[in-house]
Design a protein around this ligand. Structure first.
Ligand code: ZN
Ligand code: ZN
Length: 677
């Protein structure tokens, strides 16, 4: 009879657990059975100690004391556990002190409570005064020291303990993992296997997988994974998350994705986030968005980490529609716009060409850490709003916010994009003299860019040769060379190109720019020589591509693209555009195309630059008046710039092009850069 009761009771508990019953139900059940089976309460409390609040425990406590049979050590221990699990160590201690026949479980439970709260001194004192200890008591101490970061003490405990079980090993593995000793953690895990110290269990794998992730060693990760499969341990949500995280950190993203898709228990957003982060880290932005679509199909609810990661991807792709959707999704789901999310939003809106929306997010941000200010200043800079960026910087200082080298780089960038030469130079001077910061290569780069763009090529050259304390990098030479092309300076152009080729012989831009400088100056034989040098050296030009978002999808166009399914439509549109252009007397610039091809072909190549294809597609695919937003991987050529100005006027559309350096807002036949880029 007793056995049956016990069985029924257990069934009821597990049933309650499954149905996630409220505390009230549990208390009632406990009350019902308390007189017959005092252990029932203990069982109940143990089963759900983490979900129990202190109030529930107190209620049950007083009930037990008042109406129950004489207090039984099992449920007193359980109550101590509930108090400790809730961080209420005072009540736990009071109860503990009042228990007449404390056993090893009472002691260990209290020690564990202190250890979990990081009060290792008290835990150690209690531990030392224990008359009797079991393996659990030792394990509790090891994991307590591990969490506190005291590796030495954890290791000592481990060495001193008279007998160990798998949990002891797990505690030490986890201690090494969480304290930055992944190699030690892995060695420990191997020892468990080789010395046949008992089979590793789920906790062992959960402890070692993050260590492997940290080491980035996919070979070991695969071994452990196949070992898990062989042991027959169920790969539940937790274990699967750890495996996914490991594969992501070891940069085997496809495997991580496979695992997520095939594991039915993967409704947990925490497992998907590392995959998204990995894809974004590897600039696989479109795939990140695909994964997000899969998540939605699998009913995985995104959290703030998901949103922040995706917003970064959206910014890079310039997919404004999706960015806005994510923003409103976050608001709908009451995800708090914290500083990190706000910075991500500001960055995304700026990169998608909507600096006004970025400013709105900035204006209502609850707190403004340095990252948020920097993101906003950078946003204004790339939109050529140099004066506003400077104004914001003074506001930043007025708000007593700290600023750093990134802030100064953004400000210098802003000056450079807006032609504010004097302001830029004085910020640069202040950097060392007043802010006491040592300029880094990007700060020097900004100054070279600033002078070069403004046509002060001699000054830029002098600055590089005599004022820089660091060795100029490719970016610096490229700025100077690019400006020589714009301002038609052959002599300094040759100088810059020579240095650039020396630094990066495989980079095509030096050859391309120099040959077109020669072309413009009429030095045709020099131009031919450079092209020959380029083809002899096997240097090929980086293919340009442009992205445009339409209908919730991102479309990619490559120069001279023949792969897009709607290419015919695009070509028809390009023909229509060029007819309209002819009537206003526009002829494409021919000298921008490299290699010896005849003029007709040159015209074809240049009229099929990727951003032109993207605009033509945008005109076909969107309703009249819709703003077109294009992202280009290289700098826009001057022909495409003229093309955009004409298209925006003739078709009455606003067009934004983000090239590798800045934004161009085309409206009513003009560009926001004032042809200064
Ligand atoms: Zn172009
Ligand atoms: Zn422009």
């Amino acid at each position: 009879m007793v056995l049956i009761c016990h069985y029924l009771f257990n069934a009821r508990i597990s049933c309650l657990r499954v149905s996630n019953a409220s505390t009230e139900n549990l208390t009632r059940s406990a009350t019902l059975v308390v007189e017959d089976r005092p252990q029932a309460i203990s069982f109940l409390l143990q089963a759900r100690s983490k979900r129990y609040g202190v109030e529930d425990a107190k209620q049950l406590h007083s009930y037990i004391v008042k109406s129950g049979p004489s207090p039984n050590i099992y449920y007193l221990n359980s109550l101590i556990r509930v108090y400790a699990a809730n961080g209420d160590l005072d009540d736990a201690r009071k109860l503990f002190d009042g228990v007449p026949h404390r056993d090893v479980v009472s002691w260990t439970t209290l020690v564990d409570g202190y250890a979990k709260l990081g009060k290792m001194d008290v835990a150690k004192e209690l531990f030392d005064s224990m008359r009797e200890r079991n393996v659990v008591s030792w394990n509790v101490m090891i994991s307590g020291y591990g969490k506190q970061g005291n590796i030495q003490a954890a290791r000592e405990m481990f060495n001193k303990m008279p007998e160990r079980d798998i949990a002891s090993w797990n505690s030490l593995i986890s201690c090494f993992t969480r304290n930055g000793l992944p190699e030690e953690a892995f060695k420990m895990f191997q020892q468990v296997l080789t010395e046949a110290l008992g089979m590793p269990n789920k906790v062992s794998f959960l402890s070692v997988l993050p260590a492997i992730a940290e080491l980035g060693c996919v070979r070991r990760g695969r071994c452990v994974h196949s070992f898990i499969l062989r042991t027959g341990i169920e790969v539940d949500g937790l274990l699967s998350s750890a495996l996914v995280d490991m594969y992501c950190k070891c940069d085997w993203l496809d495997q991580a994705f496979r695992l997520l898709k095939t594991n039915p228990s993967q409704d947990n957003v925490a497992s998907w986030n590392p995959l998204l982060a990995g894809l974004v880290r590897h600039k696989r932005f479109e795939e990140a968005l695909d994964v997000f679509r899969t998540m939605q199909l699998e009913y995985v609810e995104p959290d703030s980490v998901t949103i922040i990661t995706l917003i970064a991807a959206v910014g890079r792709l310039g997919a404004l529609g999706l960015g806005k959707w994510l923003h409103s999704y976050a608001i709908r789901k009451k995800i708090r716009v914290n500083a990190t999310l706000a910075s991500a939003l500001v960055d995304m809106y700026s990169k998608c060409g909507c600096v006004e929306l970025a400013l709105q997010v900035f204006a209502i941000a609850e707190e403004r850490p340095i990252e948020l200010w920097n993101a906003m200043i950078t946003g204004l800079a790339i939109h050529g709003r140099g004066k506003d960026a400077i104004k914001l910087f003074s506001q930043m200082r007025a708000a007593n916010s700290a600023f750093n080298e990134v802030t100064i780089a953004s400000i210098l960038n802003a000056c450079s994009h807006s032609g504010l030469v004097d302001e830029g130079l004085s910020f640069f001077a202040a950097m060392e003299d007043i802010y006491k910061m040592t300029p880094k290569i990007q700060h020097y780069g900004c100054i070279v860019d600033l002078l070069s763009r403004a046509g002060q090529l001699e000054e830029a050259k002098t600055f590089i040769c005599s004022k820089m304390l660091l060795k100029p990098d490719a970016v610096i030479w490229k700025s100077l060379l690019g400006a020589c092309k714009t301002h038609g300076n052959v002599e300094i152009g040759e100088f810059a190109a020579r240095h650039l080729i020396e630094l990066c012989p495989d980079d095509s831009s030096a050859y391309v720019l120099l040959s077109s400088i020669y072309d413009s100056a009429g030095q045709l034989s020099d131009a031919v020589a450079i092209r020959k040098m380029m083809s002899d050296g096997g240097v090929s030009k980086e293919p340009g591509f442009s992205l445009i978002e339409s209908g919730g999808e991102v479309h990619v166009f490559l120069v001279g693209d023949r792969s897009h399914p709607r290419l015919e439509e695009v070509n028809t549109m390009l023909c229509e555009i060029s007819k309209k252009f002819e009537s206003v007397g526009y002829a494409p610039e021919r000298q921008l195309v490299l290699f010896d091809i005849d003029d007709d072909e040159k015209e074809f190549a240049i009229s099929h630059h990727s951003e032109k294809l993207a605009v033509a597609f945008g005109l076909c695919d969107t309703a009249k008046g819709t703003r077109l937003h294009i992202v280009k991987n290289l700098r826009m050529c001057s022909d495409c710039h003229v093309f955009m100005k004409l298209v925006c006027k003739i078709y009455d559309r606003e067009i934004t092009v983000r090239d590798m350096r800045r934004f161009h807002h085309f409206k009513s036949g003009r560009c926001s850069c004032m042809d200064y880029w």
